[in-house]
Design a protein. Structure first.
Length: 291
């Protein structure tokens, strides 16, 4: 069962969040019909999204992670909130890239590009930052963003294991952050512990939960539970939102759709839900747009 735990090191400015997202990533694979490597890429970004969402101060706040790249995947997007709800999609869901050292080669599937992060913190304008991709492996890229754009030393580990029948057998990750004022010996202890941590998918396959992953990643330091949630797939699209978006396109676009005389069908990129609007409904929307 998917789960996510946020913990702090007792008496220190050291935070950690870990999640098992196997069910969530499998659901995303089924929605998008993704191939194994594309599933791994999307699953890592979705997991990274829920981990970063867990670090937001308010549950209503949201974070969007967008990878734009030159690799065959081209684009990956994940949106998450402070409740552990997340959705995402890929530019190309079917990507065939040869394995590297027996593992899915996410780095090649993603390739060079940029990572764009937008945070909606309930202010008048969202905050955003962009960094070049370090490796395309997602975890290293998120850690680089947190250090470069937010000046937060962080360690990020993400993993997705896809069986030969394409089913996601294990997915999850952890994110550890510590303040720059943490004592050097304590920071070194954490760095050594993280370097010795097995891959996330191996830990999950061996029965580790989020709390056990954090204990391992933080080298046995005393931890205090801060929060527990369940990461879930959640798309915010509705027919009403689609209607508002079409009206926002303006009279010109609506007239073009009406001229087609076949109505319109709008698909949500995140959840692949199709919303059909008849010719008559488009005429009504045009009338609304002209008011």
């Amino acid at each position: 069962m998917d789960s996510m735990t946020t913990m702090v090191v007792e008496g220190e400015h050291i935070y950690g969040v870990a999640a098992v997202t196997t069910t969530l990533v499998e659901q995303a694979r089924c929605i998008h019909g993704a191939s194994p490597t594309a599933t791994a890429a999307l699953g890592r970004l979705l997991t990274g999204g829920v981990l970063m969402g867990a670090m937001l101060k308010e549950t209503s706040h949201r974070v969007m992670l967008q990878v734009s790249s030159r690799g065959p995947v081209r684009r990956i997007v994940a949106e998450a909130d402070g409740l552990g709800r997340v959705r995402g999609y890929l530019g190309h869901a079917v990507v065939d890239v040869p394995s590297r050292n027996g593992k899915l080669d996410v780095g090649t599937a993603v390739g060079k590009g940029i990572l764009h992060v937008v945070k909606d913190l309930g202010l008048s304008m969202p905050s955003s930052g962009t960094v070049p991709l370090v490796s395309g492996e997602i975890a290293e890229d998120l850690a680089a963003y947190l250090l470069q754009s937010e000046q937060i030393p962080s360690a990020v580990s993400l993993g997705v294991f896809v069986r030969p029948d394409y089913v996601v057998a294990a997915a999850g990750g952890f994110l550890v952050q510590f303040h720059s004022t943490v004592a050097d010996e304590l920071a070194e202890h954490i760095e050594q512990a993280i370097a010795a941590v097995p891959p996330v998918t191996i830990m999950i396959s061996e029965g580790y939960g989020p709390q056990e992953m954090l204990h391992r990643a933080l080298g046995g330091l005393p931890l205090v539970m801060a929060r527990q949630t369940t990461p879930v797939w959640h798309c915010r699209c509705t027919r009403e939102r689609v209607v508002r978006a079409l009206i926002a396109l303006g009279p010109g676009e609506l007239r073009s759709m009406i001229a087609d005389a076949q109505g319109a069908q709008v698909r949500c990129e995140f959840c692949a839900t199709d919303y059909a609007l008849s010719h008559e409904e488009l005429v009504e929307l045009l009338d609304t747009a002209l008011r």
